[in-house]
Design a protein around this ligand. Structure first.
Ligand SMILES: *[C@@H]1O[C@H](CO)[C@@H](O)[C@H](O)[C@H]1NC(C)=O
Ligand SMILES: *[C@@H]1O[C@H](CO)[C@@H](O)[C@H](O)[C@H]1NC(C)=O
Ligand SMILES: *[C@@H]1O[C@H](CO)[C@@H](O)[C@H](O)[C@H]1NC(C)=O
Ligand SMILES: *[C@@H]1O[C@H](CO)[C@@H](O)[C@H](O)[C@H]1NC(C)=O
Ligand SMILES: *[C@@H]1O[C@H](CO)[C@@H](O)[C@H](O)[C@H]1NC(C)=O
Ligand SMILES: *[C@@H]1O[C@H](CO)[C@@H](O)[C@H](O)[C@H]1NC(C)=O
Length: 446
């Protein structure tokens, strides 16, 4: 018992000195290797680091009692995987699964760490430490050389397929620009960046790939975005309308090209009020509420969709979208509006959109609503990006391939002679006092 304790202390000391590099072994009686040889977080599914005996190098060690793979960090070496003789199973840290054998003939000794998801944490400098005894029971420590697992470029073939798909998407975008009615502003920064680069028509695919490869870091993420986009590419239904914009941005659609930065700021009650105050759930951008010189404001942002060409009709359900004031609702919708009584004193107006009309003491927000289908029957809408619909009928409309959460946006409107009004077909709005609380439904791809 006692002897064993001393051995452990001794071992710990030696082990530490080996970590600081003092006892570095130049002969590689154990090797640490990774597979596959090319690892990229977007195209590689899994990776493995394996530490094992190199039989072409003689070794005095006859028995292993501990083997571990460690990774270099700013503060030293972190344990990634380990097998100790006293434990029946190896242990892996974080996202690593470990397997090992340290029993029997030392030639069969190994420790393996596997990652099923490749992320930033998979790359870096690794080494393997092996501790054991020689035939006279002296402690022997072997370290493998350090192995640098770097991220490889995305393989060429993968880029080639993506390039082909991207060109298809580009053609669609160019069609949209070609109508002359739409200017590309800020649909999706991601798409825009791609357009800037890819529009630059390089005749040979080869050249393009070389160019893209040289800017690897920047483009990899973009390509992944395109892949996702192409996977779920489906256009929004017909008509002229707008969607309230969540902090995740506008849904992707080539018909939103002229309307992704539209907004309306409502000057809300800015004096003492016993009503519930302006507020919103977390799906809205942090700049939704604003107080300037003790004046309070709530800002709504919109994504306007302007689809001249007949595409698919809207599915039947129970929900609302915003109406473009100068246009009719898409077929199947009934219109209405919600009037906000804005702050009387020092009134300020700010907005740029096609969905609100301004009066002297109020603004009207227009809607197109449906209640012709059941909210609990999932309808199909483009699933590639998150979006919001207004709730109608007490329940969020279900959408295929999307999960839904209940959200809200609340305005404390003018207390004095309040003229808030709900008219025609409008979304679910609560009015606890001179307050307008809009119920929203937020959809995210599953
Ligand atoms: C095993 O050792 C030999 C001799 O030092 C060396 O040439 C070889 O690269 C080693 N193998 C591995 C997998 O490290
Ligand atoms: C595990 O993987 C996730 C996703 O890649 C990453 O965010 C997290 O930091 C990883 N955990 C550890 C302990 O490395
Ligand atoms: C991954 O690492 C790169 C470079 O070190 C860094 O720019 C990026 O933000 C990291 N990504 C994540 C998800 O940690
Ligand atoms: C959008 O892209 C489609 C092809 O995917 C095209 O038919 C349509 O004209 C484009 N523009 C608009 C405004 O829908
Ligand atoms: C377009 O190509 C030219 C010549 O190959 C290059 O100088 C220019 O920087 C490229 N523009 C973009 C946006 O990549
Ligand atoms: C957006 O497009 C619609 C439809 O063509 C047009 O009426 C409207 O003026 C455009 N808005 C802006 C700000 O360009």
């Amino acid at each position: 018992m006692r002897v064993h304790g001393i051995t452990l202390v001794l071992f710990t000391l030696m082990f530490h000195s080996s970590l600081s590099g003092i006892a570095h072994d130049s002969r590689t009686s154990f090797s640490l290797q990774f597979t596959p040889k090319q690892i990229n977080r977007h195209t590689t599914k899994s990776m493995t680091l394996r530490c094992e005996r190199n039989s072409s190098v003689q070794i005095e060690m006859v028995q292993v009692f501990r083997i571990r793979i460690v990774k270099k960090s700013e503060s030293g070496w972190n344990l990634i995987a380990e097998q100790r003789g006293t434990e029946t199973l190896p242990r892996g840290n974080g996202n690593v699964t470990a397997s090992a054998n340290i029993r029997g003939d030392i030639i069969n000794t190994f420790l393996q760490a596997s990652w099923d998801n490749i992320g930033n944490d998979s790359f870096g400098i690794y080494k393997c430490d092996v501790m054991g005894y020689d035939d006279r029971y002296n402690i022997v420590i072997k370290n493998t050389p350090e192995v640098y697992v770097r991220e490889s470029k995305i393989p060429r073939e993968h880029l080639a397929v993506l390039w082909k798909n991207t060109q298809k998407l580009l053609v669609a975008l160019q069609d949209a620009m070609g109508t002359g009615m739409y200017t590309i502003k800020s649909t999706l920064t991601a798409v825009e960046d791609k357009v800037a680069v890819l529009e630059n028509k390089t005749s040979a695919l080869e050249n393009t790939i070389v160019a893209l490869e040289s800017k690897q870091g920047l483009f990899e993420k973009r390509f992944v975005d395109i892949e996702r986009l192409l996977g779920g590419f489906m256009r929004w239904p017909e008509g002229f309308y707008a969607l309230l914009k969540p902090k995740t941005g506008c849904p992707f659609d080539n018909a939103t090209l002229n309307g992704t930065d539209y907004f309306q700021t409502i000057h809300t009650e800015s004096h003492r009020s016993s009503d519930p105050s302006d507020s919103h759930s977390s799906v809205f951008a942090p700049d939704t509420l604003k107080t300037v010189n003790s004046k309070r404001f709530v800002t709504m942002k919109f994504c306007e969709i302007v689809r001249e060409v007949n595409t698919s009709p809207w599915p039947l359900g129970s929900f609302c979208i915003n109406k473009i004031v100068q246009r009719s609702c898409p077929p199947g919708f009934v219109d209405g509006f919600v009037q906000f009584d804005v702050e009387d004193l020092d009134r300020e107006i700010d907005g740029r959109n096609d969905v609100v009309s301004d009066g002297d003491t109020h603004v009207k927000l227009f809607f197109c609503c449906q209640s012709s289908g059941s909210a609990s029957t999932p309808i199909k809408l483009p699933p590639s990006r998150p979006f919001m619909l207004y709730r109608k009928g007490g329940q969020c409309q279900r959408v295929q391939e999307m999960s839904v959460s209940a959200e809200y946006l609340q305005f404390n409107t003018e207390d004095y002679n309040n003229v808030d009004e709900l008219s025609g077909s409008h979304p679910d709005v609560d009015q606890p006092g001179t307050v307008l609380k809009f119920h929203m439904c937020y959809y995210t791809p599953i």
